[in-house]
Design a binder for this molecule. Structure first.
Ligand SMILES: NC(=O)c1ccc[n+]([C@@H]2O[C@H](COP(=O)([O-])OP(=O)(O)OC[C@H]3O[C@@H](n4cnc5c(N)ncnc54)[C@H](O)[C@@H]3O)[C@@H](O)[C@H]2O)c1
Ligand SMILES: O=C(O)[C@H](O)[C@H](O)COP(=O)(O)O
Length: 379
């Protein structure tokens, strides 16, 4: 791609600061070269649009599925960047076999999501500021391990389960122990699927380094929910289908469990039956801080610069206003939580969109598109 004169980029309009990062000067272009950036809603990026525009670069977030259906007739795309941590919407094997470079934004919002989880717990159980409790964490990667650090700052015990990492003082329990012995269980796994006998699908999983003995789709279902005492809170800010939605609804009906969902199995449509039973519900915004979103853009911008063999010159730090949100201040003044993050406002905004027994996809997406990005607390 380093020989391309003019670069055409199709990008999800929800990517933060697109124009500040992806312009001729920041992409090392000379005055005779241009960067043409076409930004559209992520769900509107389709094969026809790519055929019409013939972009060199595709920049997405989590709502654009990327694989054969999108790229079968592609003659132009050489780089796909997803400004997200999750990659379940991208067929990475397809990209690799078609010689298309892929980058995602690993870890970009790890503090934001951990702070979302902490806020949810402390909003529902303010006594946890003072009292120790046991936090169960399923998946101890970037977000899970960051959450564990906040938990230890608050003097909470952590029971962690991650079968793909070595045992440690954090990775210290079985799946059953986490579910049955925690006061709160928080999920931080990628969405992955079970083994396929289809050879092609199997090698795709190998290429993406997914160990499907530990597939996470419906990890939380009627059987595993039955391992959790009724008073155990459950939080999902990973991916919706990690929890079987109708099993969860039946479980809440039976146990009156406190459940916090930022992600939903049938997102972006949300059924009121489930929504009305949740303690807190938000529209997939756990990672939506200014810092989390800009870091996502920065990571894919750096990767594109590498592909173009140019030195990155834009830095998110030049774009960030002063941040006054200090974790040390909040820790000393728990009563300021609502000023740091008013999670119940996000909850109310989602519930207010209920019409005829559901929140429709357009309204769910609208809440995310127009979200007033909060600030990440400085840890
Ligand atoms: N709600 C949001 O706004 C938001 C924001 C960012 C990320 N996410 C989601 O959170 C997920 C986790 O993010 P991360 O940065 O921690 O990812 P990560 O890749 O750093 O960590 C995921 C961890 O899960 C572990 N894991 C995989 N299968 C498991 C299983 N069956 N049981 C237990 N552990 C398992 C992996 O070994 C890994 O350590 C992402 O994949 C993404 O889908 C959501
Ligand atoms: O995986 C991620 O990084 C998050 O789920 C991300 O915040 C999703 O946001 P979206 O791409 O849908 O805007």
């Amino acid at each position: 791609m380093d020989t391309i004169k003019n670069i055409t980029i199709v990008a999800d309009s929800n990517i933060a600061s697109l124009d500040e990062f992806f312009n001729p000067s920041m992409l090392g272009q000379t005055s005779t070269q241009s960067v043409n950036i076409v930004s559209v809603a992520g769900r509107d990026i389709n094969a026809q649009l790519l055929a019409d525009l013939q972009p060199d670069v595709l920049l997405i977030r989590s709502v654009t599925p990327v694989g054969e259906a999108l790229l079968a007739n592609n003659q132009s795309v050489q780089f796909v960047g997803s400004a997200t941590i999750g990659t379940d919407h991208v067929d990475q094997n397809y990209l690799a076999t078609h010689n298309i470079t892929f980058a995602n934004a690993a870890g970009c919002s790890k503090h934001s999501v951990a702070q979302y989880v902490l806020t949810a717990i402390l909003a529902l159980r303010p006594q946890c500021w003072q009292q120790s409790m046991t936090l169960g964490i399923i998946g101890l990667g970037n977000i899970g391990s960051t959450l564990a650090k906040y938990a230890s700052e608050l003097g909470w015990q952590v029971l962690g389960y991650d079968p793909l990492l070595p045992a440690s003082n954090m990775n210290n329990a079985s799946f059953e122990q986490v579910l049955s012995q925690s006061d709160v269980v928080s999920l931080h796994v990628p969405l992955t699927d079970k083994k396929s006998t289809d050879k092609k699908a199997k090698s795709a999983k190998e290429a993406e380094n997914i160990n499907d003995d530990y597939a996470t789709r419906h990890l939380i279902n009627a059987e595993t929910l039955a391992m959790m005492p009724a008073q155990t809170m459950l939080i999902n800010s990973a991916r919706g289908p990690v929890i079987h939605a109708s099993d969860l609804e039946a479980d809440i009906e039976r146990t009156k469990r406190q459940v916090v969902l930022d992600v939903f199995e049938h997102e972006p449509q949300i059924d009121e039956g489930l929504l009305s039973k949740l303690a807190i519900a938000t529209p997939h915004i756990a990672g939506y801080t200014l810092e989390g979103k800009l870091r996502g853009t920065q990571i894919i911008y750096d990767a594109l610069c590498e592909k173009l063999t140019v030195t990155p010159t834009q830095s998110m730090h030049a774009l960030l206003p002063l941040n006054m949100f200090l974790w040390s201040e909040l820790k000393a003044h728990p009563d300021r939580l609502i000023k740091f993050y008013d999670i119940m406002q996000d909850d109310a905004a989602l519930r207010n969109k209920t019409i005829d027994g559901q929140v429709n996809g357009t309204d769910f997406d609208g809440l995310r598109r127009d979200y007033h990005l909060r600030r990440e607390w400085q840890f």
